[in-house]
Write a protein that binds this ligand. Structure first.
Ligand SMILES: [Zn+2]
Length: 170
C-alpha cells in the first residue's frame, strides 16, 4: 500500500503552526518538554489546544494524544475526519496510532521526528524509549504536511533550551 505523500505547509498552516510553537514555548516555561498542538475544524476554527504535560511523570501526556481523545469524546466521526491536527513536532507512534484510531483528518507538523532525533543526538540527550517512526509508517491513510523550514530554527532552539535546563538541574 503506498503511503500518502508529504506536502509542504500552506500560509494558513503556518499561522496555526506558529501557535503550536508558542504552546511549546509555554510548556518549556512551565518546566515541560517543548511540544504544542492544535485541533482545527474543517472550516478553520480552533477547537482545542494543548501542550506537553509529562513533567508530572506520566509520559503519555502528549498534546496530540490528548487531542485525539478529546475529539473522540466531543466530535462526531464526520467532523473528526474533516479536522486537522497541527503540532510543533511530528506525532510519535503512540500519537499517530491514536490519531488514526479516532479517525482524525490531516496532520501538519513544524519539525519532523527525524529532525528531533538528530537534535537529541547532537545534544547527547537520552534517546526516546519508542522508535521515532514517521507518521506514514504508523498511519498510512493519514494526509501529512511538514516539516516547515520557516520554523525549524525556532523549534530547534526550544529543544536546545530544554536539554540545557535538564543538564543544569541533574
Ligand atoms: Zn506522542
Amino acid at each position: 500500500m503506498p503511503s500518502s505523500p508529504v506536502s509542504p505547509p500552506t500560509e494558513t498552516d503556518l499561522t496555526h503552526l506558529r501557535r503550536c510553537v508558542e504552546l511549546a514555548r509555554a510548556a518549556l516555561d512551565a518546566g515541560d518538554e517543548p511540544f504544542g498542538s492544535l485541533l482545527v475544524s474543517a472550516d478553520g476554527k480552533v477547537l482545542r489546544e494543548d501542550r506537553n504535560r509529562v513533567a508530572g511523570g506520566d509520559h503519555t501526556r502528549h498534546p496530540e494524544f490528548e487531542l485525539a481523545r478529546w475529539s473522540a469524546e466531543h466530535l462526531p466521526p464526520g467532523e473528526r475526519a474533516g479536522a486537522t491536527v497541527y503540532t510543533s513536532g511530528e506525532h510519535c507512534p503512540m500519537c499517530s496510532a491514536a490519531h488514526a484510531w479516532v479517525g482524525l483528518g490531516r496532520i501538519v507538523y513544524a519539525a519532523s521526528s527525524a529532525q528531533l532525533t538528530s537534535w537529541l543526538k547532537e545534544l547527547n540527550a537520552p534517546p526516546s524509549p519508542v522508535t521515532a517512526l514517521p507518521i506514514g509508517e504508523v498511519a498510512p491513510g493519514v494526509r501529512v504536511a511538514g516539516p516547515a523550514p520557516e520554523l525549524t530554527e525556532e523549534v530547534r532552539e526550544l529543544h536546545h533550551r530544554f536539554a540545557r535546563g535538564r543538564g543544569a538541574s541533574s
